[in-house]
Design a protein around this ligand. Structure first.
Ligand code: ATP
Ligand code: SF4
Ligand code: MG
Length: 372
């Protein structure tokens, strides 16, 4: 097949084990300056990211604010034009789809955002919001549309009388249900959920997560779940990818990422997860230094300016993306053989040591009290 041929809907029919595959994706935003608004640099928001998502599974994407999670999602769905790379759906690159095919693919590949209010038309009643795109795509005959919308609303936990109400008449959780219903109405196969519960009360978060999980089972959906909340990611995901400064530094099955954590950045991130046990002493690892700018990322390993395990080699050589154990990938010189004999040059786990000392001190105090 010629590289230049635009792909049609027929090309996206194949059954594939990985419904989604992202290959070496880059999204750089130009920085313009001066009177002539010349591009003088780039924000490297997504800087060579690759991953696969099996049909029917959920991949969680985690990382600090500004590391590029939303940009990955938006670029995958062509809401931003990619700088470089491929986004395969059913084995074919959607960036090569012709315009008509892309419109149809938009129904199959959806995105749900953090702030449900700003993504809902304030002057449209709920029935219209959910039914509008269904009508545009001609998915249901006009005389069955209302019935169809009511059915989707019911599945999404909305009441029939909500159909004629406006977004401002709903709570945050109900608005997110409307957004989910609008997506489901188009019969999607893949949904990118970008912080879908971060703006909601904790009590409502669980309801929305349960709705997403129920719908996944019922409709065999595949998710990319973007979140700051590691406990939520652990609950909903089967696989997890950890992002730092535009790159994925560790990825693999959830159990391995949470229990056999490899990358020093992932370890620091996970050390902040609260444990609901008052007797448990938190060993939170506080990373030193600020997050470097994505327009001027550090040479070598991008994490080396903050890494407690940093070695001399980390400052100059980019670590290779390696499969450490089955399906568990990491980019770090501690595991690629290159840095096997090198010694850390930064004092290791200062925060960890302090926490351990605190625990020892408490134990001593306890013993002293018991003696008294
Ligand atoms: N449209 C844009 N133009 C220029 N820079 C952008 C644009 N969108 C995002 N960026 C920059 O790209 C980087 C990644 O942003 P992004 O929103 O993807 O991060 P994020 O991981 O989703 O953060 P958060 O957790 O806060 O939502 C940031 O430095 C951001 O300032
Ligand atoms: S490559 Fe070096 S600096 Fe980067 S995470 Fe590994 S040990 Fe730390
Ligand atoms: Mg974001």
């Amino acid at each position: 097949m010629s590289e230049d041929r635009k792909l049609t809907l027929e090309d996206f029919r194949a059954e594939t084990e990985n419904l989604i595959e992202v290959r070496n994706l880059y999204k750089w935003f130009g920085i313009k300056s001066g009177v002539f608004q010349r591009v003088t640099g780039h924000v490297k928001a997504v800087d060579g990211v690759s991953f696969k998502i099996k049909a029917g599974s959920t991949m969680g994407l985690v990382g600090e604010s500004g590391c590029g999670k939303t940009t990955v999602g938006r670029t995958m769905l062509r809401l931003y034009p990619p700088t470089k790379g491929e986004m395969l759906y059913r084995g074919q690159n959607i960036y090569n789809a012709d315009g008509r095919t892309m419109r149809t693919l938009r129904a199959k590949l959806q995105m749900i955002f953090q702030d449900p209010y700003s993504s809902l038309q304030p002057r449209m009643p709920v029935g219209e919001i959910i039914g509008e795109a269904v009508r545009e795509h001609g998915l249901v005959p006009e005389n069955q549309l209302r019935e169809y919308v009511l059915e989707i609303m019911n599945e999404s936990g909305l009441q029939p009388h909500h159909i004629d109400r406006y977004p401002h008449e709903f709570s945050g959780g109900q608005r997110q249900r409307i957004c989910i219903a609008r997506s489901l109405a188009l019969g999607p196969e893949f949904i990118i959920c970008d912080e879908p519960v971060s703006a909601l009360d904790v009590s409502i978060q669980a309801q929305i997560i349960n709705l997403l999980m129920d719908m996944q089972e019922k409709k065999k959906l595949t998710y990319l779940f973007i979140s700051h909340d590691l406990s939520v990611v652990e609950h909903i995901s089967s696989h997890v990818g950890v992002m730092y400064l535009g790159s994925i530094v560790e990825a693999g099955p959830k159990e391995k990422i949470f229990t056999e954590t490899l990358h020093p950045y992932t370890k620091a991130l996970f050390s902040a997860i609260p444990i609901p046990d008052p007797s448990f002493e938190m060993h939170r690892q506080i990373l030193q230094g600020d997050i470097p700018s994505p327009s001027n990322p550090p040479a070598g390993c991008k994490f080396h300016t903050r890494c407690p395990e940093c070695m001399e080699i980390c400052k100059t050589e980019v670590p290779e993306w390696k499969e450490y154990s089955e399906d568990h990938f990491v980019a770090c010189h501690l595991y690629d053989g290159v840095g096997k004999d090198a010694k850390p040059i930064v004092k290791k786990d200062v925060a960890m040591d302090t926490a351990k000392k605190k625990t020892a001190k408490k134990e001593q105090n306890k013993k002293a009290k018991n003696k008294e």
